[in-house]
Design a binder for this molecule. Structure first.
Ligand SMILES: [Zn+2]
Length: 141
């Protein structure tokens, strides 16, 4: 995750969290990044903000607001680029890791889904490359 300090033409400053610099560029181009105060999508990067949450509010955006915006952005990104395998995530991830993913499910796309803590432990033991992400419900906005 990367944190950018952003501003709109009206000078409102805010921070946004993005999965990567590339993701920021893409989201900005497609109008997904907007000023929380005036909803302008003419967003420019200010200087890089440290990737540490601070107690100072910028333009009254609470850390909770920031987090929710960031989580929505992550979820959009994941949904756009990966296939939802639901609770079969651990199974599918292992298959891919072991090169057994053949036939219909073969694709360049990543997968996402849910797993239990024991499944997660198993994946870690197997050395499967995965990224736990906090998931936010679209209705929670
Ligand atoms: Zn603005």
């Amino acid at each position: 995750m990367i944190c950018y300090r952003l501003h709109c033409p009206a000078g409102h400053e805010f921070e946004g969290w993005f999965p990567s610099g590339k993701a920021y560029d893409r989201q900005r181009e497609t109008g997904l990044v907007s000023c929380p105060r005036c909803e302008s999508t003419e967003i420019e990067k200010s200087l890089m903000a440290p990737a540490v949450s601070r107690t100072v509010d910028i333009e009254r955006i609470t850390p909770a607001d920031q987090l929710r915006m960031a989580l929505h952005a992550v979820r959009k990104e994941v949904e756009a680029q990966c296939d939802n395998v639901g609770d079969r995530f651990a199974v599918e991830a292992l298959k891919r890791h072991n090169g057994q993913d053949q036939g219909e499910r073969r694709s360049e796309r990543g997968i996402y889904g849910t797993m239990s803590s024991s499944e997660r432990k198993r994946l870690e033991d197997e050395g499967v490359d995965f990224t736990p992400i906090p998931w936010i419900d679209h209705s929670d906005s």
